[in-house]
Design a protein around this ligand. Structure first.
Ligand SMILES: [Zn+2]
Length: 439
């Protein structure tokens, strides 16, 4: 760790043990999504007399950690100090907390009131309607989700609404309204950012891949799926007896992998992981190409041919340490899944082999690489994954557990520089490049 960060962390840990954190310290932690540390501090200290802006940060930390009753408590404490104190985000998080804490009516009414006050075309309303739509999508009410998401995408602020388009498409799909789903997906262009670009493409491809596409392809109540409930995962098989690996062996291996991977990420997903296991590259012959994870829904769609741990790691790391990531980047995200795929092989050697012939100057060049955006020689997915796996395995060996958590939860380069220290991370990259890129 670079010296000045050593000093900073030393300072933070001292202040942590002797008094409540200052606003600046808490704000810094909030910016880097260190919610568990904020919460730990809040549990130790009496914050009742703190200024409202500190109470607000604690409320937000509880919100992102999905501890809604505590979030409500701290937000209301902040309001009682100063009724106009909360930022818009915090107001929305408060109302969302009511909603998710089974006080739906209260949350809904409050969000609607804020929206009304701000006028329907404003940035603010669009954001709020989007959030309302998302909340309804979360509780599986696509009709209401569509109603609000349609209102939110009226806004001309493309940056704000592009992800709401994705959720709107999902809501239509959930409602089995394929035509509208397609229409919305077509509006999404390359401006949509990761992971929505990838997710939208999966949705689009899956719908496109067959003319008589049916959303109920992965309908758990369809008798073609044989449901077997494991301890950690609920499995749906399209073929429980495959010549070399029957369902029992498959389940045993995957439950074991789940526990092993979870001992690294300490996940706390909102629901038990669901896994559709397909015997072919496509789900049930006529449908979706498998080999992806929808972490928000906590569902993996896997093929029998896949490694045991890859998709499980996507789901577990997303819900790692009990809160959602601030930012995912492809190199780290896929690298994690390769690193913990439970294959007994040398990730570094695989990465080295994949690098032969690619004229990549630095691992930094392919941080968020997608073939269609590439300016360097096109990398196929297999090579990209192998390189990502090598880098993340290497990086994993250089981090403390605490640093690792922070990197998994915010995978942007800026954050990793911050967490590891600029000099230290530069050295790690240079060492990796020098040792593995040109040999
Ligand atoms: Zn993957």
């Amino acid at each position: 760790m670079e010296n000045k960060y050593k000093i900073l962390f030393f300072f933070l840990s001292i202040s942590f043990s002797t008094r409540g954190q200052s606003f600046t310290e808490l704000k810094l932690m909030e910016r880097h999504a260190w919610y568990p540390i904020i919460i730990k501090s809040a549990q130790k200290k009496q914050y009742i007399d703190s200024p409202s802006r500190i109470l607000e940060i604690i409320g937000n930390a509880y919100y992102y950690a999905r501890k809604y009753d505590s979030a409500i408590l701290f937000f209301n404490l902040a309001i009682s100090k100063d009724s106009n104190s909360l930022s818009l985000t915090s107001v929305i998080n408060l109302e969302s907390s009511y909603f998710l804490n089974n006080q739906q009516e209260r949350g809904k009414t409050r969000l609607k009131t804020i929206a009304k006050k701000n006028g329907i075309d404003s940035f603010v309303s669009s954001f709020i309607y989007g959030r309302l739509g998302l909340l309804y999508l979360n509780i599986n009410k696509p009709d209401s989700a569509i109603f609000y998401l349609e209102k939110s995408v009226i806004s001309k602020n493309i940056k704000l609404i592009r992800n709401y388009y994705y959720y709107l498409a999902r809501a239509y799909l959930l409602n089995r309204n394929i035509d509208f789903c397609m229409k919305i997906l077509k509006k999404l262009d390359s401006s949509v950012y990761y992971p929505y670009d990838k997710l939208s493409k999966i949705l689009y491809d899956s719908i496109n891949s067959t003319q008589n596409y049916k959303y109920n392809l992965f309908n758990p109540s369809d008798p073609k799926w044989k449901m077997i409930s494991g301890d950690k995962i609920t499995y749906f098989f399209d073929d429980t007896i495959q010549s070399n690996k029957n369902a029992n062996v498959y389940i045993l291996e995957h439950e074991k992998a789940y526990n092993k991977i979870d001992s690294i990420f300490h996940s706390d997903p909102p629901s038990k992981l669901t896994m559709y296991v397909c015997s072919s590259m496509r789900g049930q012959a006529d449908g979706i190409s498998v080999g992806h994870t929808d972490p928000i829904a906590n569902v993996c769609y896997v093929g029998r041919w896949q490694t045991i741990g890859h998709e499980i790691t996507h789901a577990i790391s997303y819900w790692g340490w009990g809160y959602r990531p601030v930012k995912l980047c492809r190199l780290i995200n896929e690298g994690l899944s390769v690193t913990f795929d439970m294959q007994v092989n040398d990730k570094i050697i695989n990465g080295k082999n994949a690098l032969i012939g690619c004229r990549i100057q630095s691992i930094i060049d392919i941080w968020d690489y997608f073939p269609e955006q590439g300016t360097i020689p096109v990398l196929n997915d297999a090579d990209y994954y192998a390189i990502a796996g090598a880098f993340v395995s290497y990086l994993y060996g250089k981090c403390t557990r605490d640093q690792f958590e922070k990197i998994v939860k915010n995978q942007s380069i800026d954050n990793i520089y911050f967490v590891l220290g600029r000099e230290n991370f530069s050295n790690i990259i240079n060492d990796f490049n020098a040792t593995y890129m040109y040999k």
